[in-house]
Design a binder for this molecule. Sequence first.
Ligand SMILES: *Cc1c(COP(=O)(O)O)cnc(C)c1O
Length: 835
Amino acid sequence: MNDTRFRKSSSCPDLTEVPPLGLDSRSLEADFRHYYTNTLGRDRNCRLTHYAYEALALVIRDRLMERWTHTRYAYEDSDCKRTHYLSLEFLMGRTLGNAVLNLGLGEELTKTLSDVCLEMEELVEIEPDAGLGNGGLGRLAACFLDSCATLQLPVLGYGIRYEYGMFRQHIVDGYQVEEPDHWLATDNCWEIKRPEYRQRIKFNGNSETYIDATGKKRVRWVNTRDVFAIPYDVPVPGYHNGTVNPLRLWKAAATDEFDLEEFNSGDYTGSVAAKNEAEKITMVLYPNDSSENGKELRLRQQYFLASASLQDVLDKWIVTKGTNLEQFAEKNCFQLNDTHPSCAVAELMRLLMDDQGLDWTAAWEITHATMAYTNHTLLPEALEKWPVALFQQLLPRLLEIIYEINARFLMQVAERWPGDIERQRRMSLIEEGPEPQVRMAYLAIVGSFSVNGVAELHSQLLREGLFRDFYDMWPEKFNNKTNGVTQRRWLAYANPKLSRLISDHIGSGWTTDLDQLHRLKPLAEDLAFQQQWQQVRHHNKQRLADLVREDCGVDFHPQSLFDVHVKRIHEYKRQLLNILHVIHLYDRIKRGDIENWTPRCVLFGGKAAPGYVMAKLIIKLINNVATLVNNDASVGQRLKVAFLPNYRVSAMEVICSGTDLSEQISTAGKEASGTGNMKFMLNGAITIGTFDGANIEIREETGADNFFLFGLTAQEAEEARKNYNPDAVIAANNDLTRVMQLLQSGHFNQFESGIFDPIIEAIRSPNDPWLVAADFSEYVVAQQQAALAYQDQSRWVRMSILNTAAAGKFSTDRTMREYNEQIWKLPQVPAHPVC
Ligand SMILES: *Cc1c(COP(=O)(O)O)cnc(C)c1O
């Protein structure tokens, strides 16, 4: 783009000084009409709700924009320290409704819209979810940003603007079918393109040494194939506080000379192809949750994000403060969301040495004082390792730096444990073998001053297991930050009726101080309050039942127990254990064991990674069981089963408020934290769960009486694997024997012979890491306890209220305060007022 600047002297007016926009119904309506008619160019013949949504979005965006600028000025004027949250995923969901809530415009807008015969509820449904993430890790990043803006912390999100987000899931004949999510096909009015802040990203080529003008030996990375990173900024509003923080998403674009080179050789189509090649980097989100896939394009994405973001921060520093970087670490922090952006450690070293001319020691001091790493998983298949050969070819200069980091690090290890060669081999950033690999988690640990897990148990298992050697070396680096969720989206926005009921009784302070929910505790015994609580929950269950009827064609009756299991489909999350229990209930009905029955509606939802064969087969099994159960007249309303297609943020907003029983049944030691569990609890669902991740802390907060616990502990599971005999477990339990017989007889696949054999084999394998059979009997007992508790509606409603009352800890406001107090140490900076 043309970078000519217009003249600006002290006598010139500031173009960004504009009168504040009205928040009253009249101003809102006038702007709405203006955008609809003048900007979008629609006339009286157009009745498309889509354009009403777009006009409304522009009205809201304007109000965000002025607050955004004033927030930026406040940060600049106070010269505050900032944290840069680097994440390959941000699962934002929809923006409009949440922005309206956070701006406090709900009532005024409802009035405005009804004056022009429109409904807010209808318009918000038009917006596609921003699905730039797989699941928990990406949604956590989104909740973090909401809390940071609400706490007025100078935290900036950095991510990738994927052209295609998380795929859309359809169910055809019971199987998952993926459809690309081209969410940017229609205009995205929430982003502001800022090409003036583009960055150049290098790939391939080689490094060479040279002597600079001062006679110093330096290294440079040359003969590279470059791409541009173009930033698109998305506003993240705080709650009722005038703060709007940025989420900066990078899009890849071809460089001009890239084109020219090909063009000069007369290859015009070749030059266009090169453009496509460059843009491929940000074309699609990798749809793997909790497993890495080792594809070159993925490493390109990771480096692209790390390099663009670091250069952006350094450029800003140099433009405002010059090239002296002595104070850089006092004013900047980089939080790495898992190892995905961990190239940043080596990239910051490169930028500081090669571009800024710092020596190794000075560069390392800055890098090590600014990087902090969050681990999200203990699953070995999720631990990122990149072949050295791939690094050498794609990022040769980075590999050189990683080797140097490793050499210096291993010297420290050798000094501390002289002669312990085995330890050096274990801790090396390079895993030796036929194909040597770079261990990204180790790079992140060595390069960071803070390493955290995401729930107490998870952090403990990191210290004792996965990162034990590193904990021995640097115990002070390790800490825990238990995850949370934002109560603004997950209660105030997702469950307006319950929010109002709560605020009517304890005030609305909980929206920014979730601990205040404690004050609901005495109300759990209040009959009138219980009744109102039930009415709201009934309404929400009806809303969920409507969604299930619409999307699955299955009738859920709100009187039944709503038993919900939604999350990514993964063996460790044990959707299989749940469907075995469903089969068991079906078996009980068929054999007439129905005395004192609790009618139950079981809802599943979640996406399987497209290449994860077993997860996809589990979806098929759920759907086959559902078809049989739902169409069996003798089952009737006693049991209904549905698989809700295309689980996503906007679906969860409806699901979590209409759920009675929240399924959190992962094999103990495998779920790092979970956050779905927190959304359910906050909305008054009761958890049936294992002693895993944040379940442990949820149970601690709500009390053992208000939680259905079952199954092996992490330690017992570890022990059980050594001598596991599932066939003996099955034989010893009559219920499980019958369930396995039903499965093996082909009862659920009458015309699809043998399709579930891999599932049967997995359950019966002595090497089943997920220990499905081992936990079955205790699971059935816990489910029976839940069913009985549900029959005593006054007990259930008390448990429900007490769960919400105890959810205070699980706000990301608390999580962010802890990150800030112990890792970032940022000041709170109120935005300049818009007036
Ligand atoms: C909260 C959430 C998740 C995480 O759920 P877990 O049960 O913690 O795995 C995943 N996907 C979506 C859409 C969510 O809202």
